[in-house]
Design a protein around this ligand. Structure first.
Ligand code: SF4
Length: 363
């Protein structure tokens, strides 16, 4: 069940987009009356309001405007770690789900959640990029700086994206979510086979303690079932895997639950990533979520200046997940997110399909 209501205390709108149809559509879908203020320029707004912001506070202020800069960016990856060739579009910046481990806490400092309403600019840029590189397969998502579907009930963007991507044979688009906000997706048929809805999954014990406003696991699985019936492909992200008491029992329960209800051939890929953090993120977690236990393990500093569980511990966690997936008769391609070459070499999770889809046959 959706826990997020999408109510805001303040709304700022970039003047240029005051009468833009997407702005009006979003305002129409926000039921309560808020004070709306118009501002000339997003950059000066950000500069004037710079500072550390609690994610709860940020999600109560909404900014609607157009984003500058590169539209399609390569996911930055992590120095010394294998990258999965993913590209991202910043449609949303900020996220009201408030996961305790969220990396956004350490590098977003704007005081508002931003929704980019300049959709024509996004689509015309993407059209040019896809047309100029017809031999390349693009794997793209909107879930890097916020959840891809958490605001979908006010933006209706999922419908625009599914329709847009039906034009292209060389692009796969992924919505990444921890919600079950799929009402819009169920209204349309994805007839190209290039739309993937990726669900991040974790045991309910973690969802309840660390993913404050996310949907329960059963609700995510139910959403997967409905989407598959409609013709969507699914992806699973076990990321972050968190070392908890009864790790094996808890994660085995998740895997069994999913594979007893979801046909594995409808799952395009599975990613695995153990919990990791930077020094800045640690400070943010300690300040925003003082009761969390996720930092109470032994961690090692890695080449990319992120702390991770010790390598043998990570290898053990991954081995357990890979074996449990096998026992659940999953033949879904698996890749690691931001993992070291040593872990890749030791566990060799990929197969030919993952090499093609995720790495363009480069590894
Ligand atoms: S859903 Fe993703 S973006 Fe949103 S708070 Fe959680 S980790 Fe961050």
């Amino acid at each position: 069940m959706n826990k997020i209501k999408n109510t805001f205390n303040n709304i700022f709108i970039e003047t240029k987009f005051k009468r833009h149809y997407k702005t009006l559509e979003i305002l129409d879908n926000i039921v309560e009356n808020q004070e709306i203020r118009y501002i000339d320029d997003i950059l000066s707004f950000m500069k004037d309001n710079d500072g550390a912001i609690n994610p709860d506070v940020r999600s109560k202020t909404l900014f609607l405007g157009g984003m500058r800069g590169e539209i399609l960016r390569k996911c930055p990856g992590s120095y010394g770690h294998i990258c999965c060739n993913y590209s991202v579009i910043n449609l949303y910046i900020g996220c009201p789900i408030n996961c305790s481990y969220c990396i956004l806490q350490s590098y977003l400092n704007q005081p508002a959640t931003i929704i980019n309403v300049d959709i024509e600019n996004i689509f015309s840029n993407l059209r040019n990029i896809f047309s100029a590189s017809k031999d390349r397969l693009f794997r793209i998502g909107t879930g890097e700086l916020g959840d891809s579907l958490v605001y979908d009930d006010i933006t209706n963007y999922s419908i625009d994206f599914v329709n847009f991507f039906t034009e292209f044979d060389n692009a796969i688009f992924e919505f990444k979510t921890k919600t079950d906000k799929i009402a819009n997706l169920l209204k349309i048929v994805p007839n190209k086979g290039n739309i993937v809805v990726g669900f991040s999954v974790n045991p309910d014990i973690i969802i309840n303690s660390e993913e404050k406003n996310a949907a329960a696991l059963d609700d995510r699985i139910n959403a997967m079932r409905l989407l598959i019936q409609k013709g969507y492909l699914i992806a699973l992200h076990f990321d972050p895997l968190i070392l908890i008491d009864n790790f094996e029992y808890e994660y085995e329960t998740v895997i069994k639950k999913i594979f007893s209800q979801i046909e594995s051939k409808k799952i395009q890929w599975i990613s695995l990533g153990a919990f990791r953090y930077t020094t800045d993120l640690k400070k943010a977690i300690q300040s925003n979520y003082p009761d969390t236990k996720i930092l109470a393990e032994e961690f090692a500093l890695c080449e990319d200046k992120k702390f991770r569980y010790l390598r043998p511990v990570r290898a053990q966690l991954y081995k357990f997940i890979l074996n449990t997936l096998k026992s659940a008769r999953s033949d879904v391609p698996v890749y690691f997110c931001m993992e070291s070459p040593q872990i890749w070499n030791e566990l060799k999770p990929h197969n030919d399909q993952i090499k093609k889809i995720v790495f363009g046959d480069k590894i």
